[in-house]
Write a protein that binds this ligand. Structure first.
Ligand code: ADP
Ligand code: ZN
Ligand code: ZN
Length: 720
């Protein structure tokens, strides 16, 4: 008897054994359909064995080995095993969530475009086919002269499709992948000296594992550098994986890639794609046909048998960290993957994460630096702080800022007004009794939105209509406090009535269709009001002023990563200004113009800023000088969640050398979508020690009675 060991998406840290009559080791990596309870499930064969710990009488037979998709290669399974081990999640959960949704089902996947060829058996059979079967003979005759597409065959004979199907069944005809067209690389720019230097340095790393940080100011032409590098890898017949943070940006980037690599086989992988489209692209990568795979974090799991290079753009971006299920960091897995494949990985950023910066300056990673903008006349923008104590804002906008906007308007130049808060106003309150509208499912306030006069919770999505009066005291005149993008749009329209103003945030994208369409219109607007959606990656020729309204909110957060994020975001916003021939300016409204973060920003001194922060982190014992993990618990009641964490600590392994276990505490957003959330934090100076502890502990946690509490471990957490 043969035993298949199957990874299934079940929250238990084990594999499941099934019987098979005819499986061999060659079946490792295939998807299988198996009975599970009273239903069926799709899993992946990760091992084939002769014996099982399960009694023979209780072993159930596999339903079907799904051979329409080639087996997942060993490297892919190794990456899944690494993730399972490092993030302490069952292998089955990792494997199944790493597959495109369509492949988590048994539904057959159409092959996509194929060519047909005659088999030797078909050649022999041809002579025996009666002359009256004209159409079949015509088809086979054609195929005897070489491969043909379905369209070519359709032209030759009506109903070719079903005839071919029958011929395939009889073993006369085979389907094969169409031949790969060659690609070319369009050199759009003559590289600057700095860029050329960077390309040369990175080129030296091809063919072996190495982590490089491509660290360059915004507009220094980092994209151009990795495009060159990609061209070299493609020439060597390698495949390239490019990870980007933002789903909304991938279509624009895909277009850019297509125009620079005509003929190359390029696929995108994001969660926003239709199921079949994503599965087909994934399969092209898996079959080794895709040259470039471009995607968000989930793309890190795309199988690429000829992988030659991994690029992670905006490597510091928090969206590379998965926030539920298997809580992986795609950037970290990209590095693990490159190491296993023996290929280089290039991390790109103008404001790298402190972890990466630390490794790059301590010599663990290669540091490739760019200090000037690529376009000749484009200097870095001048950054000005507008002290709101000296210039009190009216309706949220200080006078110098309004003047600067008006001046751009008069010159026909474009401005960007940035604030990282969408909606009309973040608070609805009663001026009479102080009542504030909170979300009934979250420990957060509901945001006033103009569209439909609604209140929305930005955490759980709950929508309500705006009450007519205060539910506490009956006061009819409820007031909105604070400012979101919608309110700023309204204010600016009043103050600058002739300006063409366009708001670009996720609400606008949802209301008006694709981001692409919105960006196209953005080119002709005088003032863009937007959130981080506008801050990343875009290039507006006429944009000469970037104004930031509420940057101070990021200065005094309890989250030690907040200032790092604030700096990165402000630098990104600043980077939108003056990218072409016109000099750019940035204005930041603040009550704290002397804050060190702003000082560094004004001096374009990320390095100094990062060194200071790193010194603080070393002092305080935070990453990258310690490694962290969190155990979180969720329940309808906070007491239960906390109690679960307390009993988890009691049962934790006793060997806690060089490990700090902190007390359980409610999370900073304690209530989310009706669940109370608590966590306890673990820190260690030794990653291996932390991992050993977590391994023993998680095995125990799976045995623990939960009494309805949901729990998970988060390794290298980024939210608290
Ligand atoms: P980054 O990613 O570093 O912010 P980009 O790669 O987006 O910068 O480049 C910024 C702008 O400079 C783009 O419009 C790009 O086309 C242009 N650019 C890049 N390299 C060159 C070059 N060597 N000569 C002229 N323009 C360039
Ligand atoms: Zn009231
Ligand atoms: Zn909510």
């Amino acid at each position: 008897m043969i035993i298949l060991r199957v990874a299934l998406d079940v929250p238990l840290p084990r594999l499941f054994d099934y019987r098979s009559e005819d499986a061999t080791r060659a079946d490792i990596g295939y998807r299988v359909l198996v009975p599970f309870g009273t239903k069926h499930r799709v899993g992946v064969v990760v091992d084939v064995a002769a014996t099982s710990e399960v009694a023979e009488s209780r072993l159930r037979p596999v339903e079907e080995i799904l051979r329409d998709v080639p087996p997942l290669p060993r490297e892919w399974l190794a990456l899944a095993e690494f993730s399972s081990d490092y993030y302490h999640r069952p292998l089955g959960e990792v494997v199944m969530s790493a597959l495109p949704p369509r492949l988590r089902t048994a539904k057959a996947v159409p092959r996509g475009a194929v060519d047909y060829v005659l088999t030797p058996a078909g050649r022999e059979a041809f002579a025996l086919i009666p002359v009256r079967q004209k159409r079949l003979r015509a088809l086979l005759e054609r195929l005897a002269r070489g491969r043909a597409t379905e369209t070519e065959l359709e032209v030759l004979a009506r109903g070719a499709r079903s005839l071919v199907k029958r011929a395939i069944k009889s073993g006369w005809v085979d389907s094969i992948d169409p031949p790969q067209s060659g690609f070319s690389f369009v050199r759009a720019h003559k590289l600057t000296w700095e860029q050329q230097h960077a390309v040369d340095a990175l080129r030296g790393g091809l063919g072996k594992f190495r982590v490089s940080l491509l660290f360059g100011v915004t507009g220094s032409g980092k994209t151009e550098i990795y495009l060159q590098l990609i061209a070299e890898v493609l020439e060597r017949r390698g495949q390239v994986l490019v990870l980007v943070p933002e789903i909304a940006l991938t279509p624009a980037l895909e277009n850019a890639f297509r125009s620079r690599f005509p003929g190359a086989c390029i696929f995108t992988q994001t969660s926003a794609m239709a199921g079949l489209e994503r599965a087909l692209g994934w399969l092209q990568a898996h079959r080794g046909r895709a040259d470039i795979v471009l995607g968000t974090r989930l793309a890190v799991f795309t199988p690429l048998p000829r992988l030659g290079l991994v690029v992670v753009d905006e490597e510091q971006d928090a969206s590379f960290k998965q926030r539920d299920g298997v809580r992986y960091s795609a950037r970290d897995l990209a590095i693990a993957r490159a190491r296993a494949a023996g290929v280089p990985v290039v991390l790109c950023s103008a404001t790298p994460s402190l972890e990466t910066f630390h490794h790059a300056t301590s010599g663990k990673y290669e540091l490739v630096q760019l200090t000037r903008r690529a376009i000749d006349r484009a200097a870095l923008p001048a950054i000005r702080l507008v002290d709101t104590r000296a210039h009190p804002p009216s309706d949220g906008v200080a006078a110098p800022l309004l003047e600067a906007l008006a001046a751009r308007l008069a010159r026909g130049e474009q401005s960007l007004v940035f604030l990282n808060r969408r909606g009309y106003a973040p608070v609805l309150a009663c001026p009479a009794c102080g009542w504030v509208k909170g979300c009934k499912r979250c420990s957060a306030q509901m945001v006033v939105h103009l569209a439909g006069q609604r209140l929305l919770c930005h955490h759980c999505g709950l929508a309500e209509s705006i009450p007519r009066a205060c539910p506490e005291c009956g006061e009819p005149d409820l007031q909105s406090f604070g400012r979101g993008t919608q309110r700023v749009e309204v204010t600016l329209a009043e103050k600058l009535p002739h300006a063409r103003i366009l708001r670009v945030d996720s609400d606008a994208v949802r209301a008006r269709g694709k981001l692409d369409d919105l960006l196209e219109r953005a080119a002709s607007a005088d003032i863009l009001v937007g959130t981080q959606l506008l801050a990343k990656g875009h290039h507006f020729e006429r944009l000469t002023l970037a104004a930031v309204l509420n940057a101070d909110s990021g200065l005094f957060s309890s989250d030690y990563r907040a200032s790092e994020r604030t700096f990165a975001q402000l630098q990104q916003v600043a980077g939108r200004s003056g990218r072409a021939n016109l000099p750019g300016e940035v204005m930041i409204q603040t009550r704290y113009p002397d804050h060190p973060l702003y000082r560094s920003l004004v001096n374009h001194d990320f390095t100094g800023f990062a060194r200071n922060l790193l010194a603080e982190r070393r002092e305080a014992g935070f990453p990258p000088y310690v490694f962290e993990a969190a155990l979180r618990a969720e329940s309808g009641e906070m007491a239960r969640a906390l109690h679960f964490l307390e009993s988890a600590v009691e049962r934790a392994p006793q060997s806690r050398a060089s490990l700090s276990v902190f007390d359980p505490a409610p999370m900073s957003l304690a209530r989310l979508a009706g669940m109370e959330r608590a966590q306890l934090l673990l820190q260690s100076r030794s990653r291996p020690r932390l991992q050993t502890f977590l391994r023993e502990w998680s095995a125990m946690l799976y045995q623990m009675p939960t009494h309805g509490v949901r729990w998970h471990l988060d390794v290298d957490p980024i939210e608290f």
